[in-house]
Write a protein that binds this ligand. Structure first.
Ligand SMILES: [Zn+2]
Ligand SMILES: [Zn+2]
Ligand SMILES: [Zn+2]
Length: 250
C-alpha cells in the first residue's frame, strides 16, 4: 500500500458544498488531538486504489453502475416531476429555462469530465452522450483515479449523485434488483441494492418484501456470497446495460 491518503482529505480547490467529509480512520488519533472523545478519528485513511481509500473506491464503482440510469432519469423529468415526451419542442425563450433535474444531469456529466447535454437533445441522443461519458471510466477506472484530478472528480461525482438521488427519490437508480439470491428471512427473491444517499452512508442490501425487514451492509453481504458473487455481479451489470438499451429504444 502506498503512503498516499484518500483524496477526500485534500480537496482544497473543490468548492465547499461539493466536498465530502474527509475519510478518517475511526478511533485513530494524532498525538496532538485535543479531544479524542469528541473526535471520531483524525488520521486520514490511506488510499488503496489510486488516490481513493477502499470505501471511496467501492462507492465509485457502485456510482458508475448507476450514473447512466440516473442521468437519463433526470433528463426525462421536468420541473414538476412530469415525464416529458421525446418530441417536446421548446421555443428559444423557453429553452433558456431548463428543469432543475436537467441541471443536475449536467452536473453529473461535468463530474465525469464530459460536455453537458444540449437542451434540445432527445432521449436517444442523451443515451449516447451519457454512454460516451461513462465509457472512459468503465474502461480503466483505476487509471482514472490514479491522478489527483481524476480522484477528485470521482468523489464529486459520488456527492452529486447522492444529492440527485435524494432530491428525485422516484429515480429507479436508487434501487437495483439483485437477481437469483433469496432473502434469508422471507425466502423471496426480492433483494435490492440500495444506494447511499449521504456520503458516509453505506451501500445496503434491502429486502423489498412487505413486512420483511432484512437488511445488510453490501460489502458484508457480498463477501458472504463471494463464491457465486462474480456471476451475480456480471449478470447485474448485464441487466443494467440491457435496461439502458431499453430506455434508449423507448
Ligand atoms: Zn482525533
Ligand atoms: Zn475515502
Ligand atoms: Zn425478505
Amino acid at each position: 500500500m502506498s503512503d498516499r491518503v484518500c483524496v477526500t482529505n485534500d480537496l482544497d480547490r473543490v468548492p465547499l458544498g461539493e466536498r465530502p467529509w474527509p475519510c478518517r480512520r475511526r478511533g485513530v488519533h494524532y498525538a496532538a488531538c485535543e479531544d479524542q472523545a469528541e473526535c471520531g478519528g483524525c488520521v486520514p485513511r490511506s488510499a488503496s486504489v489510486g488516490f481513493l481509500c477502499d470505501v471511496c473506491w467501492a462507492k465509485l464503482t457502485d456510482a458508475l453502475d448507476r450514473v447512466g440510469m440516473l442521468t437519463l432519469h433526470l433528463r426525462s423529468i421536468d420541473s414538476n416531476g412530469q415525464a416529458l415526451g421525446e418530441k417536446v419542442s421548446r421555443s428559444i425563450d423557453q429553452s433558456m429555462i431548463v428543469p432543475d433535474s436537467w441541471i443536475a444531469a449536467d452536473e453529473l456529466m461535468d463530474a465525469l469530465g464530459a460536455p453537458t447535454i444540449p437542451s434540445t437533445a432527445s432521449i436517444d441522443e442523451t443515451f449516447l452522450l451519457v454512454d460516451d461519458a461513462i465509457a472512459p471510466w468503465n474502461k480503466n477506472t483505476e487509471e482514472m483515479v490514479n491522478t489527483r484530478e481524476g480522484a477528485k472528480r470521482a468523489v464529486v461525482l459520488i456527492r452529486r449523485m447522492q444529492r440527485a438521488l435524494r432530491r428525485w427519490p422516484d429515480s429507479e437508480a436508487e434501487w437495483r434488483a439483485i437477481p437469483y439470491v433469496l432473502c434469508p428471512t422471507c425466502l423471496h427473491r426480492n433483494l435490492y441494492r440500495k444506494a447511499p444517499l449521504e456520503y458516509l452512508d453505506e451501500i445496503l442490501v434491502v429486502c423489498g418484501t412487505n413486512g420483511c425487514d432484512y437488511q445488510r451492509e453490501w460489502f458484508e453481504w457480498s463477501a458472504l456470497h463471494a463464491p457465486i458473487f462474480q456471476s451475480i455481479e456480471d449478470d447485474m451489470k448485464r441487466r443494467e446495460r440491457e435496461e439502458r438499451r431499453k430506455a434508449r429504444a423507448a
